[in-house]
Every structure is written in C-alpha cells, then in structure tokens.
Design a protein around this ligand. Structure first.
Ligand SMILES: *Cc1c(COP(=O)(O)O)cnc(C)c1O
Length: 291
C-alpha cells in the first residue's frame, strides 16, 4: 500500500494535520480510489466485463470509474444526468478514457435505480457490474475503512467532507478508532443522510456526528467567501482545495477553530478527499478560482 502523505498546517497558533488523499493513487486518487477498490475486485471475481454507473456531468465519481475501470481492463458506461456538452472537461476526460456516455433526462434519472430501468440497461448493454451513483455501497465502505490504516497518531477530532456518506461510514468503521469523527455535509441538511450513514457503518462506534452548517446553499453551491477562502488557502499553503468538498470542509474547520468551538489544544486531522479533477469543470462553468 502507498503511504498517504500528511501535511502540517499552521492556522494562527494552531497546528493541524491534513491527510492528503488528493496526492495518492493518481490519476484516480482521493476517496474514490478506496470506494472503487473492492468493487473492481468483485466485478473481476464475478467475471463481468462492463461497469455501469450514474452521475452528474461534472462528477468526480464518473471520472474515477472511467479511469480506474480502464486501468483494470473493463469496458465502462456512464449514464449521465442531463444533456451532452462536448466542452465539459469531466466528460471529455471520461470519453478519452474509453467511457461510453449516455445522457438521460432529469426525470428519467430519478428512476435510475428502479427494476424497470435496470432491466432496460440489461437489454441494451448485456451483463454488467453496477456501481451506484457516488459509488457508495458496502464494498465502498469496506474500502474506506482502510484509509486510516497507516495512521498511528491519536487525534481528538477527524474532519472530512460528506456527500452520500459512504466514505465517512468507512472511517467510522475503522477498527479501534478513538477519535471523534465529524463530517461536514456539502448538501443541505436532511435526517436521511444521518440514518443512511448509520446503516452503512460496520462497527459499534457511535463517536461521530454530521455538521450541516457549511453547505453554502447546497451541493456545488458557493459564494465569494468560499472562493476567496480557497484562493487564500492555496496562497498560504500551496494546497489546492476543491469548492464542492474539501474547500467547504476546511472552511468549516478554520471557522470552528476561530470561534473556539474546538479547543486550541486538541489534535485535529482533516482529510483532503481529493476531487481536484472537478476544478477544471468548475472553472469552465464559473470562471477561474486561482487568478
Ligand atoms: C465523492 C466525494 C466525496 C463524498 O464522498 P461520499 O462517500 O459520497 O460521502 C468527498 N470528497 C470528494 C473529493 C469526492 O469526490
């Protein structure tokens, strides 16, 4: 296994560690590498030749499945919400990696997990291994339970961004973990997220919570303050955060420290989950982040 680098970050008088999933296992990298690992093994074991998955047009997950699937010798098919855009960097890259893209309307996309829809996919594409949207399933949780394998330091708090919750479910399930785990939701709060994470956890650990205060209006929503924070962070530490996940998470960590919600003597680990592939797509839509 590749050892995951840790960066030391100084904020005021406060030191914290950042676990750099963004730097490992390139070109897939980030938490998506861990989410896919056992899924790819299972697909190979069951002799599937094709992977099918779903996602939005700028999705890190689509990118990861295209790249990791190709590397592992699978055909890949992406069912994408909305319309094709030949200039979208994520889609360009997925196609370059051999992913076949199919575009469906938002209303059809909502029904993507129904039996009828899956049946249609089988009729169209034959036998395949299905990876859910965002890649979250039991095998993804098993993979993410390996992220902290090499960490020996005892942290009081571990922070990470949360989308579907598969990654944090794995972190919470890490054997013998003592740290309090705090997930920063990048989506507007809903009770369903907390309960679906509870269902995915494979240990008895209850020492975790989801914070819903830093979604900036919802998934992929942002304001000038967030973008300014990402710019400043890059200029101070030369670490690129993405605006959808790790940017919001680090903003939250600094804000909690500044407002003394976390005591200055605590030991903190923040997990940079990757996602920097999405920056090209972000800048394509909204303009340059780093000027
Ligand atoms: C997908 C993703 C997440 C969210 O992971 P979940 O398992 O869906 O909670 C966080 N950060 C990055 C960079 C991602 O690409």
């Amino acid at each position: 296994m590749e050892v995951i680098p840790v960066s030391k970050i100084k904020y005021n008088d406060f030191w914290l560690d950042m676990l750099r999933l963004d730097l490992i296992h390139q070109p897939v990298g980030g938490n998506k590498f861990y989410k896919l690992k056992f899924n790819l093994e299972e697909a190979a074991k069951t002799r599937k030749q094709t992977l099918i998955t779903f996602g939005g047009a700028f999705s890190n997950h689509i990118h990861a499945v295209a790249v990791a699937g190709k590397e592992a010798g699978f055909e890949t098919i992406g069912i994408i919400r909305g319309e094709d855009d030949p200039q979208n960097p994520t889609l360009i890259h997925a196609r370059e990696n051999g992913m076949q893209l199919h575009f469906i309307s938002r209303s059809a996309y909502r029904l993507k997990e129904t039996k009828d829809f899956i049946e249609k996919l089988k009729n169209n594409f034959g036998d395949f291994y299905l990876i859910p949207e965002g890649g979250t399933n039991e095998l993804a949780v098993k993979g993410c339970a390996e992220i902290l394998n090499e960490i020996e330091e005892n942290y009081d708090f571990i922070f990470l961004p949360v989308g579907t919750g598969g990654t944090i479910a794995g972190i919470i399930s890490t054997p013998n973990i003592k740290s309090k785990i705090i997930g920063i939701s990048v989506l507007k709060g809903d009770d369903q997220l907390t309960s679906s994470i509870s269902k995915l956890i494979t240990s008895e650990n209850k020492n975790w919570e989801i914070n819903f205060d830093y979604h900036f209006g919802g998934y992929a929503k942002y304001n000038e303050q967030l973008i300014e924070f990402i710019r400043q962070f890059y200029s101070d530490y030369q670490i690129m955060l993405d605006p959808v996940y790790s940017g919001k998470m680090m903003y939250a960590v600094f804000d909690l420290i500044r407002n003394k919600k976390i005591s200055a003597s605590s030991k903190i680990l923040a997990i940079h989950t990757g996602g920097t592939q999405g920056i090209a797509g972000w800048e394509y839509r909204f303009g340059k982040i780093i000027l």
